[in-house]
Design a protein around this ligand. Structure first.
Ligand code: 1HE
Length: 264
């Protein structure tokens, strides 16, 4: 059977493509297992990861036909959810910055997956929804944690109750997208962003993607302590002398506003 998750390396950026376009990249048990296993195979030279979906939509969420056919028990579905959580955690906390290139439907579990990425670039065709209510189901891939933290719990409840569909612009204003690309350019925009991110010191990127969300879970005292520990590790890292030397010698570019293509 053809692979449903494709991994390629473009220079130092690993590109992971959900490849089940005929079923709108719906997340079946097999696709999730492939995603999990593929994340373990990301080559060591990768400095960032781009996540995209083949076909007209990024991802239609849980494979509803599989769920209908399997008639799982409560415990079986709890196990399914926990596998989703583990795999999406691997994406969020694996140590590499993840840039999602979104287009078309980013719905249900598709939004849960996108929310595990650190940067989300949306094609203007992108739309976001949590349509579980009409199907008699509930989010189970981490949305109550990740999506609620992005848009607030109140907005997530409203989004689920009403089944509201947010377009790319509405997603941008809520933080579900960080940028809107020119039409058809989400992947190239994401690759460009990932290449730029890949030029940061790997240890700085590691600290950003592994510690900030976790510190958000901590008390203020614990958070401050953990931040100082993280900074102690990063600020004494191998690249600091060279990079700060470049600043001191005035060869490092200054911080300045940068032109970013928005497609608007
Ligand atoms: C699917 C799925 C799916 C499409 N599971 N097979 N997710 C949803 O509620 C999304 C449900 N899907 C849709 O609303 C639409 O299919 C789409 C907007 C995503 C795409 O529309 P369109 O017109 O491009 O395609 P289509 O004709 O509707 O679907 C093409 C095929 O994909 C069709 O299969 P076919 O064999 O009849 O050709 C669809 O059945 C199939 N397909 N979406 C299975 N989701 C851990 S809990 C997570 C909670 C959730 O994620 S709830 C799911 C929310």
């Amino acid at each position: 059977m053809d692979r449903q998750v494709i991994l390629e390396l473009r220079d130092d950026v690993a590109v992971l493509t959900l490849h089940r376009p005929a079923q709108r990249n719906a997340i079946s048990e097999a696709l999730l297992a492939e995603l999990d296993e593929t994340l373990d195979r990301v080559p060591a030279q990768a400095r960032a990861l781009v996540l995209t979906g083949a076909g007209p939509h990024f991802c239609a969420g849980l494979d509803l036909k599989e769920h209908h056919g399997k008639a799982r028990t409560a415990v079986e579905f709890m196990n399914v959810c926990q596998r989703w959580h583990r795999t999406f955690d691997k994406l969020q906390f694996g140590g590499l910055p993840v840039v999602a290139a979104l287009h078309g439907a980013v719905v249900g579990g598709g939004l849960e997956l996108a929310a595990a990425a650190h940067i989300r670039i949306a094609d203007p065709s992108t739309y976001f929804a949590l349509p579980e209510g009409t199907k008699g189901i509930f989010t189970g891939g981490g949305a109550t944690v990740r999506v609620a933290r992005i848009i607030t719990a109140g907005r997530m409840v409203e989004m689920m109750l009403t089944g509201r569909v947010l377009d790319a612009q509405a997603g941008l204003s809520l933080g579900l997208a960080h940028e809107i690309s020119a039409p058809g350019e989400a992947l190239s925009h994401a690759l460009q962003t990932a290449s730029r991110v890949a030029r940061n010191a790997p240890l700085s990127n590691y600290a950003m993607v592994t510690s900030i969300a976790r510190i958000g879970d901590m008390s203020m005292t614990d958070g401050m302590f953990t931040e100082s520990l993280m900074a102690a590790v990063v600020q004494t890292g191998a690249e600091v002398q060279t990079r700060l030397g470049a600043f001191v010698n005035k060869t490092l570019p200054k911080v300045a506003p940068r032109e970013v293509p928005t497609g608007e």
